[in-house]
Ligand binder design. Structure first.
Ligand code: NAP
Length: 482
């Protein structure tokens, strides 16, 4: 691996400011070619406990620092991320597979959370409330919640970490993190830059290894006051159950099943562009990916033909090759899920306008566009998490709203129309946390990201993302007449 700053490639865990090896190791491979990239320690209960000890100690000091101090440390971390973005993107592409340009985009996005919360650190304002009694004062202050445990997925190995730890550190919290086993090196590189930026030892701890043992400590230890998880809905439910005995605050960013609705009055070319981004970014492996594309009968054939034409032109391959926009999927299970959704749909009458699977063992999938879809197909119920765009036909507004909402998920939705009234009416009626109106890319550090229903709890990004790491304390002072 050619890095300008080789120390970014760390094969040890970062606990209490120390880089630690383990007695056993996991092999990490490149999904593009199966080659070994490196190893990380297989750690478990003991090391997870060490992380919590270290974070608890660091918290007792960090919470007393000024907002200005925390802002400056975060600002330095942000600047280092920007300075080393080529190296970070190289590590990210190697372990996750996404094209290098897209990896650079993710690093910029990840860094933007650190920048945003370096500014927001200074704005954890409290409140004065008019008193209910004479000669008294009601004051509300904000306090950091304490030690936060984060568990993150592989699809955005950098951004899913910074959008948790940047607001946590800005608020005055400490963090213990278990990154996804597929993508530990990006997490460890971020920890190296955090160390360089001057984050005190123990404030940010990164442990790799046995998810069940580590997650067990994170959810059971009384000193951990919040669990912030991004990943599948099933694992989110397990962690919520495990956290119940110690009544932890939960942030859950879980799976989606986003509807993408194209009305007959839409700008079809803009809708096709939006669908390309909302569906095929990160090879379809994002939680806000369009999963069900509902297209009005009057524009269905036109939309299908234009979308298929663009999709056929997408170059699939290794993330470092020129002009590649679709990298490999993360593992064989991900490919199998796309295959199961395609086969199920075709068996029930769908037609594939394009798409193909690579030869055995390879993780490349040439993206699919399927037409003649029906609501009894698997893809209508489940998140595909891959490059498959299924086109469902609809006839009127009420019908499409009902079908769009007919899922346990409620993360993102997209709609394309030229009617102002319809845009707001449908936007209001969709049971989701985020809506893209005539827009396929909605993620930004400035806005609250999160879902409703089984897509989760809480928001990340914006000033609301900072509130998640703060507790309110109400103080009443009486006797002001004395
Ligand atoms: P996942 O299987 O739920 O895994 C996520 C993380 O949880 C991994 O680090 C995993 O480690 C860990 N984990 C699994 N079981 C655990 C347990 N019992 N205790 C503690 N940790 C445990 O999800 P994924 O397949 O990596 O990610 C894809 C999912 O994430 C999709 O459903 C996607 O929609 C969702 N996602 C949501 C958002 C959002 O913001 N809403 C963003 C990105 C992704 P191990 O692999 O070692 O078990």
């Amino acid at each position: 691996m050619q890095l300008k700053y080789p120390a970014l490639f760390q094969q040890q865990c970062y606990i209490n400011g120390q880089w630690l090896a383990g007695s056993e190791e996991e092999v990490i491979t490149n999904p593009s070619n199966g080659e070994v990239i490196g190893h990380v320690p297989t750690m478990g209960q003991n090391e997870a406990e060490q992380c919590v000890d270290a974070a608890h100690k660091a918290f007792s000091e960090w919470k007393l620092t000024t907002a200005d101090h925390r802002a400056n440390v975060l600002r330095k971390w942000y600047e280092l991320m920007v300075e080393h973005s080529d190296d970070l993107a190289t590590i990210l592409t190697l372990e996750q597979g996404k094209p290098f340009a897209e990896a650079k985009g993710e690093i910029a996005y990840a860094a933007s959370f650190v920048q945003w919360y370096s500014e927001e650190a200074r704005r954890a304002y409290g409140e004065m409330i008019p008193s209910h009694r004479p000669n008294g004062k009601i004051v509300v202050t904000k306090e950091p919640i304490g030690v936060v445990a984060a568990i993150t997925p592989w699809n955005f190995p950098a951004a899913m970490i910074t959008r948790k730890c940047a607001p946590a550190f800005a608020a005055g919290c400490a963090m213990v993190l278990k990154p996804a086993p597929e993508t530990p090196f990006t997490a460890l590189a971020l920890a190296k830059l955090a160390e360089d930026a001057g984050l005190p030892k123990g404030l940010f701890n990164v442990v790799t290894g046995d998810a069940i043992a580590i997650g067990g400590v994170f959810t059971a230890d009384k000193r951990v006051r919040k669990v912030s998880f991004t990943g599948s809905t099933n694992v989110g439910k397990i962690l919520m159950n495990q956290s119940a005995s110690t009544i932890k605050k939960m942030a859950l960013e879980l799976g989606g099943n986003a509807p993408f609705i194209v009305f007959d009055d839409a700008d079809i070319d803009a809708a096709v562009e939006g669908a390309m981004i909302a569906k095929f970014r990160n090879a379809g492996q994002t939680c806000v990916c369009a999963n069900r594309l509902f297209v009005h009968d009057a524009v269905y054939d036109q939309f299908a033909q234009k979308l298929a034409q663009k999709v056929k032109a997408l170059k699939v391959g290794d993330g470092f090759a020129d002009n590649v926009v679709i990298g490999p999927l993360i593992n064989a299970g991900a490919v199998a899920k796309v295959q199961a959704h395609v086969e199920d749909a075709v068996a029930k009458g769908a037609e594939a306008l394009c798409g193909a699977f690579a030869k055995d063992g390879e993780l490349f999938v040439a993206p699919f566009v399927l037409t003649q879809m029906s609501d009894d197909m698997l893809v209508a119920q489940e998140e595909t998490f891959g490059p498959l765009a299924p086109l469902f036909r609809f006839y009127d507004e009420a019908e499409v709203i009902e079908r769009a909402n007919n899922t346990e998920s409620g993360l993102a939705a997209y709609l394309y129309t030229r009617s102002l009234g319809r845009a707001w009416r449908v936007g209001d009626a969709l049971e989701v946390g985020m809506v893209g109106i005539n827009e396929g890319l909605i993620s930004t550090a400035a806005a609250p990201f999160g879902g409703v229903k089984e897509s989760g709890l809480g928001r990340e990004g914006s000033r609301h993302g900072m509130e998640e790491y703060l507790e309110m304390k109400y103080m009443f002072m009486g006797g002001l007449d004395q």
